[in-house]
Design a protein around this ligand. Structure first.
Ligand code: ZN
Length: 436
């Protein structure tokens, strides 16, 4: 089933015509309403009437998270505050939070986009969805909540935390869909088992919609095995709208981008130049319909690539590869680029280990050092390993082959690393802490 058949199956020509019309309107509006955008465009020597084709998009200046912070809190709003009926904000762990606003129409649009991705994941009326995201300034909880309602799904807004109650509700209500972060989904399965509840046998959950943190295919396999469900990825960021920018269909071959609302580009993160179609680079989004908080060429720091081949599901929108690396998450260790997701992929494909890990980066003298702490699987040692040392060595060798550097490896008891109900903390970079 396709939620919005008219817009999700447009021909490329029809779609591009619509995109261009909306882009012209959006650029003219931000030029008129947002002094910051007008100034940036004047500095770049471009006026709204210069946008005559979609290629002209590249003439517009980028917007970054820093620009958002500098205009804290409402400087980039394109409508008067009395038309803004909802505000969300990022956590602001690394500086001032970034604040976004929605008009009544924006909220309607947002719920409709979430209804699309919910439908893509095979969730529909008759399903009972338990939302395990936190509800608050973070866009995940409310975003999914209203979109699921729009799709006609029965929503249980249980929110993050109180994991035992989550399991009880799933048993009592017959929950069929869980929505949350992938790391919390794994933790919930552990808690269920500790309560004597087998998530595969004793619960009716059949699908999961996960997002808000990068997760590998290995992690997906772990979650699907633990719950006996199909797990779907979705993508979004609060600066662009929140969740609802893109979602996975049943084919699970990339995430369909809601292109009638978001214009996507892939650029070289170093030079800022647009890359040829199909190349991997940084995703950049321009909102085409947002009223309160439009963004022009917003740099996401997320690394992905676009896929243009037709999808068997019938949707014609282009797809983006799953984001497993955010350029912000990339660690540079002795000059080597390392993504935490690469380490996760190795861990989840090594038998005897649990998908719970912590990466600690430190500096010894002038040299960077990396330590990977991983939990043993709850079954403890499998018979295939003679002792701890051989498993450690195997993991070290596999990580070395993937990363081209040799990390220290420390196996720890199952359950000893911290569990969170929201986004998991995977990396401690002591080099940064020492530099402060
Ligand atoms: Zn598809």
């Amino acid at each position: 089933m396709i939620w919005d058949r008219k817009y999700e199956t447009l021909s490329r020509e029809e779609l591009q015509r619509l995109q261009l019309a909306r882009l012209k309107e959006q650029v003219a509006r931000v030029y008129e309403k947002v002094p910051y955008y007008r100034r940036c465009m004047e500095e770049a020597g471009v006026r709204p009437e210069d946008i005559r084709s979609l290629d002209d998009l590249a003439r517009l200046p980028f917007t970054t998270k820093d620009d958002l912070r500098q205009n804290y809190p409402f400087g980039l709003f394109a409508v008067p505050l009395d038309r803004v009926i909802r505000i969300h904000a990022s956590s602001g762990t690394t500086g001032k939070p970034t604040v976004v606003g929605y008009t009544k129409k924006d909220l309607r649009t947002w719920a409709g986009l979430i209804a699309r991705i919910v439908t893509m994941a095979g969730v529909r009326r008759g399903d009972i969805a338990q939302v395990c995201f936190s509800y608050g300034l973070f866009t995940g909880g409310f975003g999914l909540h209203y979109g699921l309602e729009r799709a006609g799904v029965t929503v249980v807004p249980a929110a993050a935390g109180n994991t035992e109650r989550h399991i009880r509700l799933m048993q009592d209500f017959g929950t069929t869909v869980i929505v949350g972060t992938p790391s919390y989904a794994l933790y919930m399965a552990e808690v269920a088992r500790s309560l004597g509840v087998d998530p595969r046998r004793d619960l009716r959950v059949r699908r999961g919609l996960f997002g808000a943190e990068p997760w590998s295919e290995g992690m997906r396999a772990e979650i699907e095995a633990a719950w006996g469900i199909k797990a779907f990825d979705n993508y979004g960021l609060s600066e662009v709208i929140g969740p609802g920018v893109a979602g996975e269909c049943e084919e699970k071959r990339g995430l369909h981008i809601n292109e009638d609302h978001f214009l996507v580009e892939v650029i070289d993160p170093e030079t800022g130049r647009p890359l040829p179609p199909g190349e991997r680079g940084e995703l950049v989004f321009t909102t085409l319909t947002k009223e309160a908080f439009p963004v022009i060429r917003y740099r996401t720091r997320d690394i992905s690539r676009l896929m243009f081949e037709p999808c068997p599901c019938g949707r014609t929108t282009i797809r983006m590869e799953r984001v497993t690396g955010r350029s912000d998450d990339m660690l540079i260790i002795r000059g080597v680029n390392v993504f935490p997701s690469q380490i996760e992929e190795v861990i989840t494909s090594t038998p005897g280990l649990a998908p719970h890990y912590l990466i600690i980066v430190d500096k010894k003298g002038y040299l960077d050092e990396i330590e990977v702490q991983v939990e043993l699987s709850p079954e403890g040692f499998s018979d295939r390993y003679e002792d701890l040392a051989s498993l450690e060595e195997q993991l070290r060798n596999r990580l070395q082959a993937t990363l081209s550097l040799t990390p220290r490896v420390k196996l720890v008891e199952f359950g000893s690393l911290e569990r969170t109900t929201g986004k998991a903390r995977r990396v401690i970079d002591r080099r940064k802490e020492a530099a402060k």
